[in-house]
Design a binder for this molecule. Structure first.
Ligand SMILES: [Mg+2]
Length: 262
């Protein structure tokens, strides 16, 4: 069982690279990577986020040796475009949409039924939030993200209240909170951890394949918890305790760590 720890108490992955490399070389690991805040810096405008060529090259080289999946809250086509590598797997919308090489595709069946409900709630929320400046909507296939990075500090509690009041009328949906983003998701027991477990079965013949997961946000905790046979590495912090095994300070250290695994 993974236990929750204060991120400050976690060992640095960079200081323990040898130990991680050792575990890595002993097993044939699967690599799971979050995108925003892990492979690409968090930026003011969500659309502007991108990974640099050096990171892309490292991930590409790793994918020649290991099975890799990028697991993101972004929509599948969005994250796939941003990473731009064709030989790896992608889990978009926190895993509601999964795709990979050779036309591999898997949408969550229950979530598919929710598509008209999303259209409805988006219309309502756009009207209700019209009075708050700086709100940005991003419709992904199975998630409605509402960004408030540019909303004035004194308007933020009103912003949350409006959304909570609307979501209350939709028992099939719930509101999740990320870094300066609210995400309306289907009330289906499905998250990054389940996506990772689905892919672990798909990508390996082992029953419990050794895996490594790097992520920076609260939604990554569901995946860290599944790293029973593996390593979770928290990038930076998200303000809560973590199920990760190690921490890493920033995306420069992510590069350092991934290069070492090559
Ligand atoms: Mg992230």
């Amino acid at each position: 069982m993974k236990t929750l720890q204060d991120p400050k108490q976690l060992d640095s992955a960079i200081k323990n690279l040898e130990e991680i490399q050792l575990k890595f070389n002993k097993n044939k690991p699967l690599i799971f990577l979050d995108f925003d805040g892990t492979l690409a810096p968090i930026v003011e405008n969500h659309e502007d986020a991108g990974m640099d060529d050096e990171t892309r090259e490292i991930v590409k080289q790793l994918s020649n040796k290991y099975a890799i999946a990028v697991v993101s809250g972004r929509g599948l086509s969005d994250v796939r475009n941003k990473v731009g590598l064709s030989d790896i797997y992608y889990a978009g919308s926190h895993g509601f949409e999964i795709a990979g090489p050779n036309n591999f595709e898997k949408d969550n069946e229950e979530a598919k039924k929710m598509l008209p409900v999303f259209t409805q709630i988006e219309q309502t929320l756009r009207q209700e939030l019209n009075k708050i400046d700086g709100v940005r909507f991003e419709r992904k296939k199975f998630t409605l993200a509402i960004h408030y990075r540019q909303v004035a500090e004194e308007k933020i509690s009103e912003f949350h209240n409006i959304i909570e009041n609307v979501v209350e009328n939709y028992p099939d949906l719930h509101k999740g909170d990320g870094k300066k983003v609210v995400e309306i998701k289907p009330n289906i027991d499905w998250h990054k951890g389940k996506a990772v477990n689905f892919l672990r079965k798909e990508l390996s013949t082992h029953k419990n394949p050794f895996s490594i997961y790097l992520g920076d946000d609260t939604t990554d905790e569901d995946a860290f918890r599944e790293m029973e046979n593996g390593i979770g590495i928290l990038v930076g912090e998200h303000g809560n305790d973590s199920y990760a095994d190690y921490r890493i300070e920033n995306i420069e250290e992510v590069k350092q760590c991934l290069s070492a695994l090559l």
